[in-house]
Design a protein around this ligand. Structure first.
Ligand SMILES: NC(=O)c1ccc[n+]([C@@H]2O[C@H](COP(=O)([O-])OP(=O)(O)OC[C@H]3O[C@@H](n4cnc5c(N)ncnc54)[C@H](O)[C@@H]3O)[C@@H](O)[C@H]2O)c1
Length: 350
């Protein structure tokens, strides 16, 4: 069990859920969150934890080696979420993805090797495997599947996976890589499909559905993902890759209709739009390895209940997403952090 954990990108969707989860699951753990607060980093996600005695926030960029190294030196383990994460943005401009996902990951790995870090868990994605055919429902991605990323986002994540692999093989760094399917749950930035569609519908707007809507994604609740990450942090074998999924394949059209149904709307609220360039057709994850070797299984992802409770969270928290959609959350960052110099790392016992 690691009690001093450095989390990168903890102010984003999955990272903030993981911090909340870990603080509860591990009453002895001290967590440091290093986040640059890019457009998707939102301190409001963890507002209630600001004064938590076992939580420290550091405003810094993972590409900044001078700031990162002392943080890694203080930690026993790193869980690395920080990334540019939106495929559509990577199609518009690949450079931020190469910078954060590739150079940022290498900056962390250099610090981890230099400071002899005990454990490095790299949060990757099933998108590194590319796409499956719609009519081959017998096929799913395993940890042995070829790495064939199709989007600039997936390619930058695949590159970071290769760097983690190299740090393990060359320097003996204790690493694990997780590759998870699409997450849903509270605090997801409302540019991603579920919160985007829910918040559009609450505001009486139509939802933009790419292409024929038949692309298939494998959905997992973010808390199931968090639990899997903790299993890997605690018990994962060094140098291994673990796929994480909940056997919950849905076409985008079915997902859209489910959301419409929950919110009492009809198909007339669907606006079909031109397909995303290079849109992967189907993702499906075989997570038998983590279930067999680490004893984890998804327990919170079953539809329709998990989707209904997620939609309900956005219905009940309009202030959270309205401040994002209006840009007001940025002012909150500015007020809190705009003129503040980045803090020094907290002492290990703080
Ligand atoms: N969302 C999914 O469905 C999903 C699925 C599988 C894997 N993942 C992976 O999980 C991780 C987290 O995804 P998410 O959906 O929470 O993303 P997110 O965009 O919500 O959060 C990313 C966080 O990283 C921070 N960040 C970005 N660049 C940084 C930098 N240079 N230095 C420090 N912090 C920086 C952002 O401020 C933000 O807080 C990513 O690595 C992503 O590839 C996501």
């Amino acid at each position: 069990m690691f009690s001093r954990v450095l989390i990168t990108g903890g102010s984003g969707f999955i990272g903030s859920n993981f911090i909340r989860y870990l603080l509860t699951a591990r009453p002895d753990a001290h967590l440091t969150n290093v986040d640059v607060l890019s457009y998707s980093g939102n301190q409001e996600n963890l507002r209630d934890l600001e004064d938590h005695p076992r939580y420290t926030f550091i405003h810094a960029d993972i590409c900044d080696a001078d700031k990162i190294r002392p943080l890694v030196a203080e930690a026993e383990a790193v869980v690395h979420f920080a990334a540019e994460s939106h495929v559509d943005r990577s199609i518009l401009d690949t450079r931020p993805f190469i910078r954060t996902n590739v150079l940022g990951t290498q900056t962390l790995l250099d610090a981890a090797v230099a400071t002899k870090l005990e454990r490095f868990v790299h949060i990757s994605t099933d998108e590194v495997y590319g796409s499956l055919l719609l009519d081959r429902t017998d096929l799913r991605f395993t940890e042995e599947s070829a790495i064939k990323p199709n989007s600039p986002y997936a390619a930058s994540k695949a590159a970071s996976d290769m760097l983690v692999r190299a740090a393990h093989h060359t320097f003996g760094l204790n690493t694990c890589i997780t590759r998870c399917s699409n997450n849903f749950g509270p605090y997801q930035f409302p540019e991603k499909v579920i919160p985007l569609f829910v918040t559009n519908l609450i505001e009486g707007k139509k939802v933009p559905l790419y292409g024929d809507g038949l692309n298939v994604r494998d959905w997992i609740h973010v808390e199931d993902h968090c639990e899997a990450i903790l299993a890997v942090l605690d018990r994962g074998k060094s140098g291994e890759v673990y796929n994480i999924g909940a056997d919950n394949e849905q076409s985008n059209l079915d997902l859209t209709r489910s959301i419409l149904h929950i919110l009492g709307k009809g198909d007339d609220f669907i606006r079909h739009v031109e397909d995303r360039l290079g849109h992967d057709r189907r993702y499906a994850i075989d997570s038998s390895k983590i279930r067999r070797e680490l004893g984890w299984s998804a327990s919170r992802s079953a539809w329709p209940d998990a989707l209904i409770s997620t939609v309900d969270w956005y219905v009940k928290n309009p202030g959270w997403w309205q401040r994002i959609r209006s840009g007001a959350y940025r002012e909150f960052h500015e007020t809190l952090y705009g003129n503040r110099p980045p803090a020094n790392p907290a002492p290990a016992s703080a």
